[in-house]
Unconditional design. Structure first.
Length: 350
């Protein structure tokens, strides 16, 4: 487990804690735990997540902080932190603590240099489908999901022999390669998605480039013309499916992890959004999160009854769901409220 994968600024933003400044390797903020802290006295180390309030004495790591601020069990908080930042797998709380103590062994005054992958890696992965049986199985899996070879080539999707996952290149809003998202091809491969690359503190570095921050980028936004209406879908493969099957523009995010930086990027590029997530509990929560973030800046509609991911629907099904999308006007604890029911909207359009 690598705690350097925890983006401290994003972690605090998710908990609605404002970082007021940075001091060396620490993010500085007002302590949220029951005392006036007009002169921010809490600090969290951006490499280890170790934090301390010099005023009240509260301290711990990211999981302690989350457990206290959200009134959660510590074990549940550990799982949340690991899931949220792609640490992966089940991590025992004792192991979480051990890594924190190891990382506290020395202060890093200078941030490490982020190494991005070279464009040549894209083509290495694209040519790796037939490198071994695992690559062929991955290709068969993608074709079974409806992604033909032309589509894979167009989106420069390939196969990573090291992780034995489908490798999806991720670019920033200017089109520069920042990293790769790996997609599992078998149920036993967990997590389903993971960011590919080396981490700062590991001595084993097979990739030669570092992992990227998921919270800092919106997949495929570089392909979207300015002032467009965009479908906001969950994940990279749903974006590719929408592009392959329809004429809609789409971008990919993880709904429940939607960040302030991602909101800024979408608002700067797009004029209207249609949120198209699954109709399961996770999809409903993600829709509420994304809609609430975007509503103050642009018109937002929601696909309210999607039976599955866009990748598992036909083009006609996607078009019909988007046509029935209902404008979102306000939110409450139980979900989204729209201007009108879908049936009434259909009648108005006629």
């Amino acid at each position: 487990m690598n705690l350097d994968k925890v983006d401290v600024d994003e972690f605090l933003r998710l908990l609605e804690v404002d970082v007021v400044s940075h001091s060396g390797v620490n993010a500085v903020f007002s302590c949220p735990f029951g005392h006036a802290d007009n002169h921010p006295s809490a600090r969290m180390n951006v490499y280890t997540t170790a934090w301390l309030c010099s005023s009240c004495g509260a301290k711990g790591n990211a999981a302690h902080f989350l457990a206290r601020i959200r009134d959660m069990e510590y074990e549940e908080a550990v799982r949340w932190v690991c899931f949220q930042f792609g640490i992966g797998g089940h991590v025992e709380p004792a192991e979480f603590e051990r890594v924190v103590r190891l990382n506290l062994s020395g202060d890093r005054v200078q941030p490490m240099t982020l190494v991005r992958p070279d464009e040549s890696v894209v083509y290495d992965y694209m040519s790796a489908w037939e490198c071994d049986n695992a690559g062929l199985r991955a290709l068969i899996y993608m074709e079974s999901r409806g992604f033909d070879r032309d589509t894979l080539n167009r989106w420069q999707i390939g196969f990573d022999p090291h992780s034995r996952r489908v490798a999806i290149p991720v670019r920033d809003v200017d089109g520069c390669l920042v990293g790769f998202k790996g997609r599992s091809i078998a149920d036993e491969q967990e997590p389903r998605y993971r960011v590919l690359g080396d981490t700062y503190y590991s001595d084993y570095r097979p990739y030669g480039f570092h992992t990227y921050s998921k919270a800092a980028h919106v997949y495929a936004l570089n392909y979207i013309p300015r002032d467009s209406t965009v479908l906001v879908v969950e994940g990279e493969l749903n974006v590719v499916a929408v592009a392959q099957k329809t004429g809609h523009f789409a971008v990919g995010v993880a709904g429940v992890e939607f960040s302030e930086r991602q909101r800024q990027l979408i608002v700067e590029r797009c004029s209207e959004a249609v949120v198209f997530f699954d109709n399961d509990s996770s999809g409903v929560r993600g829709t509420a999160r994304v809609a609430a973030a975007l509503m103050p800046f642009m018109p937002v509609s929601s696909v309210w009854d999607a039976p599955a991911d866009a990748a598992d629907l036909s083009g006609d099904e996607i078009d019909a769901l988007v046509e029935r999308a209902a404008p979102v006007t306000r939110l409450h604890a139980s979900g989204l409220l729209s201007v009108a029911s879908p049936d009434r909207l259909q009648a108005q359009r006629r």
